[in-house]
Design a protein around this ligand. Structure first.
Ligand code: HEC
Length: 446
């Protein structure tokens, strides 16, 4: 028997070429994915920050935190919409480039994969409810309900990417597919958890940077955020970004070390280490900004964002390189299978054409023409075989005559189409089959 990994690949039996060259699709995949994940990061990170500040405001009874949390919420629904819309591009690309792997991972992730749809809808509605009920639900028991709604929406925003992640992770390891049954067992494959923490930190870092730029800019109306100054807000955003980026120096190596060996390669290490090097530069830039006096804080903001983009591009490329290497063997096997399959098919068709293989015609096979309307023991469109066998007992010729030129017998029943095209020989076979099959189950039979 073949080892599992080799017995799994199925051939690409559709002879349809990709609509674009493979490399174009790969570039589109990386870029459109990064754009999508940027807004996912902002949604996830901001919903965590909102809940932290809302909770702080409530526990300490400090209005300024509550106001800040409310302001952050207003950005979530916008970012969330962008994330969903921008998610279509990468899904289409991944479907074309990794059809078999992606399809298999989807089916194996099972219910959780399908549940994403209602979960996205629920997260959306809860996020809106959280945003619009802010002032009305600000007192006593209502405040707790409000915190509850925000918390639920945050949990969903945390769960949805987790399912996506386990899914795209699973598609990288064809040798594990045979063992996976559903979402929970898919979590045991590869290194879902380190990947997820890495993602969470990235989400908070990007949200921190966004925070620093959005609330820290001079034009942001401070009347809406009483109790804060612009430099203060900028510093808070920078601090968030600094801390979680520093934490990536723990989660990043942890992720790299726990990755299954299948996808590791020198280009991957090079890209990821270069990205980490740029990460150190960002940390230094952030530290200088945090320490800068109020008058000059924010000067390096654009430079920080640009440098950060370089890291994201490096990590996105690394992600793609890992996938390509991890799936290289599997893709090769699929290609090989496709060639074998095409050869088999050509051979088979040739033998069939030259009469070397004869497909035996049986009554049962001819009955495929009738099966959509006739069943053994129940009325579908036409009568059951039991009824037909009772009418035509010992008279297959009668069935042949009927099927060649069907009459109109039963009131309220459809007109049966003629099957003269099958010819008397095949009709004779199917008639005999019908009589046998009908008689077998017939209650009249002793
Ligand atoms: C599109 C649906 C449909 C298909 C396909 C179909 N039938 Fe029928 N068949 C009917 C209907 C409807 C009746 C009942 C007609 C009536 O009573 O007026 C019927 C009735 C019959 C009867 C009973 C005639 C009688 O005397 O009561 C026989 C025998 C029969 N079909 C044979 C066949 C055979 C053989 C095939 C396949 C080669 C076939 N049918 C395919 C719809 C279909």
């Amino acid at each position: 028997m073949l080892p599992l990994a080799q017995s799994l690949p199925v051939p690409r039996d559709l002879e349809l070429p990709l609509p674009l060259p493979e490399w174009t699709l790969a570039v589109m995949l990386v870029l459109s994915f990064l754009l999508h994940i940027l807004f996912v990061n902002l949604t996830v990170g901001s919903s965590i920050l909102t809940m932290i500040y809302e909770f702080l405001g409530w526990r300490r009874n400090e209005l300024k935190f509550d106001l800040l949390a409310h302001r952050i919420t207003k950005t979530i629904t916008v970012n969330k919409s962008a994330a969903v819309v921008l998610g279509i591009g990468p899904l289409l690309c991944i479907n074309l480039l990794y059809t078999i792997q992606f399809y298999t991972a989807n089916t194996l992730t099972g219910h959780a994969w399908v549940l994403i749809v209602p979960m996205v809808i629920a997260a959306f509605l809860l996020a809106y409810l959280h945003k619009y009920s802010w002032d009305r639900w600000s007192r006593g028991g209502w405040k707790i309900a409000h915190l509850g709604v925000g918390f639920m929406s945050m949990l969903l925003f945390l769960l949805i990417p987790f399912i996506f992640l386990s899914n795209v992770n699973l598609m990288l390891f064809p040798e594990k597919w045979a063992e996976v049954r559903g979402f929970f067992s898919s979590l045991m494959v590869g290194n879902v958890f380190p990947r997820y923490f890495h993602f969470l930190c990235a989400s908070l870092a990007i949200s921190g940077l966004f925070f620093a730029g959005w609330f820290g800019r001079k034009s942001f109306p401070l009347a809406k955020l009483a109790g804060f100054t612009h430099p203060e807000l900028r510093r808070v955003g920078y601090k968030i970004a600094f801390r979680v980026t520093a934490a990536q120096f723990i989660f990043g190596p942890l992720l790299l070390l726990t990755l299954p060996k299948a996808g590791l390669s020198t280009p991957l290490y090079t890209v990821v280490l270069a990205g980490a090097g740029v990460g150190l530069v960002v940390l230094l830039m952030l530290r200088r900004e945090i320490a800068a006096p109020d008058e000059s804080i924010g000067r390096a903001y654009v430079a920080i964002c640009v440098t950060f983009t370089v890291i994201v591009l490096a990590m996105g490329t690394g992600r793609h390189l890992y996938r390509e290497t991890a799936l290289a063997l599997h893709k090769d096997l699929v290609r090989q299978r496709t060639v074998e399959y095409a050869a088999h098919l050509a051979d088979f068709n040739e033998k069939l054409a030259s009469g070397q293989i004869v497909m035996p015609v049986t009554g049962e096979r001819v009955f495929q023409n009738c099966a959509s309307c006739h069943a053994r023991d129940k009325v579908l469109v036409g009568p059951s075989l039991i009824e037909i066998a009772a009418i035509y007992k010992g008279n297959p010729e009668g069935i042949v005559r009927w099927a060649t030129a069907p009459g109109k017998k039963r009131a309220g029943s459809q007109q049966m189409p003629s099957f003269a095209i099958l010819g008397p020989e095949k009709l004779q076979m199917v008639a005999k089959y019908m009589l046998e099959a009908g008689a077998k189950d017939s209650p009249a039979k002793p």
